[in-house]
Design a protein around this ligand. Structure first.
Ligand SMILES: Nc1ncnc2c1ncn2[C@@H]1O[C@H](COP(=O)(O)OP(=O)(O)OP(=O)(O)O)[C@@H](O)[C@H]1O
Ligand SMILES: [Mg+2]
Length: 288
């Protein structure tokens, strides 16, 4: 079954879209099948992967309108090296379409239902579904929280915006206690870390004091290659795999993969005795 992770922080400019694109690409590079859902009408995740809006006859708009079969909203990304990554783009070209999308998104459960349908129709081919959300706790973000198993919260070193975080956490708690009991906080991702600066070092200490185990081991440094790759409309790993930003997102993918592997033991030794099937099979000789 896919693990659905929503990238959320109502504060703007903290690295949600950067994380959505680069984590999705890093998981795809690690040979996981990934679907990235651009649930921000600004379409920064779609644009950041070089996806041309005019190619998207169906996308997030149709996820909410239901006017297309769900799998028709899924597109390959232009980068041939990312064959494991597919995209539901934010195909919002006009203010009018955005207003209509926001109207339809009041039906917040729709995204969850559509993603379930996509998983069924694609025979559960995705290991990960990642949802990018807008900088607001609006209906689109809530739709993401309804649909997800896990929340990843990027946090900008030096600007913690504690009130905003409290609102996000209480919203996650409320959704967990009502429509989506399996929702949990996967982790807080510190971003824009500046090595050697006292401010960043203090930020990390403060984040650990406030959020303890919720902080990912991986910290994303402030890295010019991240900004440059956004300009080139590519994930940073495809621009410079040796850049500190690329290494950080590959490490984050690794951190998540190994964490999730531990969550799902393939077969516990104790359960082997329950598997009687082998004993009932005729031996090869008697079968012939
Ligand atoms: N670690 C980093 N190093 C350098 N630049 C970064 C880093 N992370 C993000 N950026 C840049 O900061 C800007 C904001 O990042 P991004 O768009 O990912 O934030 P966001 O939270 O999605 O913003 P919004 O709330 O507006 O959707 C972008 O120009 C991005 O390229
Ligand atoms: Mg964004």
């Amino acid at each position: 079954m896919s693990k659905i992770m929503v990238i959320s922080n109502p504060k703007g400019g903290v690295g949600k879209t950067t994380t959505a694109i680069n984590l999705a690409a890093s998981l795809a590079i690690a040979e996981k099948k990934v679907l990235l859902v651009d649930a921000d009408p600004q379409g920064a995740a779609s644009a950041g992967l070089g996806f041309e809006q005019q190619h998207s006859y169906a996308g997030i708009f149709e996820v909410f309108s239901g006017s297309f079969v769900s799998v028709e909203t899924v597109h390959p990304v232009p980068e041939p090296q990312l064959a494991n990554l597919e995209l539901i783009p934010a195909n919002i070209f006009t203010n009018e379409r955005e207003v209509r999308l926001m109207e339809m998104a009041k039906n917040r459960i729709r995204l969850k239902l559509k993603l379930e349908e996509i998983q069924r129709r694609s025979r559960d081919k995705y290991d990960y579904i990642i949802i990018d959300t807008p900088p607001a706790l609006n209906d689109l973000t809530l739709a993401g929280l309804y649909a997800a198993h896990a929340v990843i919260v990027p946090l900008q070193c030096g600007y913690f915006a504690l009130k905003v975080m409290e609102r996000l956490f209480s919203t996650v708690e409320r959704i967990k206690n009502s429509v989506n009991p399996s929702l949990y906080l996967e982790g807080i991702l510190l971003n824009f870390y500046e090595k050697g600066t006292k401010a960043s070092r203090m930020s990390v200490e403060e984040a650990h004091r406030l959020y303890a185990d919720l902080i990912f081991k991986t910290i994303v440094p402030k890295n010019a290659a991240i900004g440059y790759s956004a300009f080139l409309k590519k994930p940073v790993a495809l621009v410079d795999i040796t850049a500190s930003g690329a290494i950080a997102y590959l490490a984050l993918a690794e951190e998540l993969i190994s964490r999730h592997r531990k969550e799902q033991p393939v077969l516990e030794v104790g359960r082997l005795k329950d598997l009687q099937i082998v004993e009932h099979l005729p031996s090869l000789e008697t079968a012939i």
